[in-house]
Write a protein that binds this ligand. Structure first.
Ligand code: MTE
Length: 315
């Protein structure tokens, strides 16, 4: 396989350099360690192999009706059950090694693809999009994601005509993700979309945020962003994209299928079994705002569900 990695230290200093790499360079220099020497030392990473790609150009067609959330809030208040069920997992998530990161694209495709995530990211058309995010638990945020349309990956995969769904799977390694030792959960985390949803213009694979590579706690190196659906659909740490003719059973469907369905589209008028979904609280705000139909993306996605039973598409 062609290796297209370009180490970040090989770039001229004038090139866009992510903050994390600058910081690690600074601390290395402060310690009087030569960069070449440091690169050869175990444990001293100079950033993942696609870090040099950020920031990417914003696509202005995706606008917000609310302020962008504070980066600190977004990166320290998370749901990532692989690292525990509290919101405070961001430090635990640093144990995850995201380079190299093998991705498999298989199932009902012309030809199975195995590729390193960072090589995949380099092949894809990267852009920045401002998206709302609505967690089923009623907190919400607005995030500048960097990444690529999921449709670009579907086009690359060339699914066969029988493929109806895209099933996505997270890594499984309980030695680093201690939450995966919770045996009562059906690891690995799984999510799915119909092919029509996966190729809708809004379906996005986030590889970065706030003009930098995406942090581990937010789903590095590949994380889905489907902003018209409740947040649990936006699977993090993806290792496998599997095309299938069977509706995937997602992690939360398996855990509690009576409360979490396959479609999980946002609808303020359809309450969760245990709470209302009419309002939401933005990270960093103390008051509630009204939740929007399809989280404000009705125009782009409502046609996907025409004629389908309401009790199927909103939970
Ligand atoms: N992906 C995996 N693999 N594991 C998870 O626990 N939680 C989901 C989703 N993706 C989750 C996941 C839920 S419930 C939400 S609301 C979002 O990630 C949270 O994303 P954030 O932490 O970046 O805000």
């Amino acid at each position: 396989m062609l290796i297209r990695r370009r180490p970040s230290w090989a770039l001229p200093e004038s090139a866009a350099t992510p903050e994390s790499v600058m910081l690690s360079r600074r601390s290395l220099l402060a310690g009087s360690v030569g960069l070449i020497g440091a690169a050869a030392m175990p444990g001293l990473a100079l950033g993942a192999a696609s870090d040099d790609l950020y920031p990417v150009k914003r696509n202005d067609s995706f606008t917000l009706d609310r302020p962008i959330s504070d980066e600190r809030d977004v990166t320290t208040y998370n749901n990532y059950y692989e690292f525990g069920s509290s919101k405070n997992i961001w430090q635990a998530a640093q144990a995850l090694k995201v380079e190299p990161w093998q991705v498999i694209i298989d199932g009902m495709v012309e030809k199975e693809i195995r590729i390193d995530a960072h090589d995949l990211i380099r092949k894809m058309p990267l852009e920045e999009r401002l998206y709302r995010h609505r967690c089923v638990e009623r907190w919400a945020m607005a995030v500048p994601w960097s990444g690529f349309p999921l449709k670009a990956l579907v086009d690359m995969a060339k699914p066969t005509s029988g493929a109806k769904y895209l099933r996505m799977e997270t890594f499984k390694d309980a030695s680093v993700a201690t939450g995966q030792r919770a045996f009562w959960y059906p690891w690995p985390y799984v999510e799915g979309l119909t092919i029509e949803e996966a190729t809708n213009e809004l379906a996005f694979i986030a590889t970065g945020m706030y003009g930098k590579p995406i942090p581990k706690q937010n789903g590095a190196p590949l994380r889905l962003a489907v902003p018209w659906k409740y947040g649990f659909k936006s699977i993090k740490g993806i290792v496998r994209f599997n095309f299938t003719d069977k509706m995937p059973t997602s992690f939360w469907m398996e855990v509690l299928g009576s409360e979490y369905g396959f479609y999980a589209n946002v609808n303020p008028g359809v309450p969760h079994r245990r709470w209302s979904q009419a309002q939401e609280q933005l990270l960093g705000e103390s008051t509630y705002r009204p939740t929007l139909m399809y989280n404000g993306y009705e125009e782009q996605v409502a046609h996907l569900y025409k004629g389908m039973p309401q009790n199927k598409i909103f939970y």
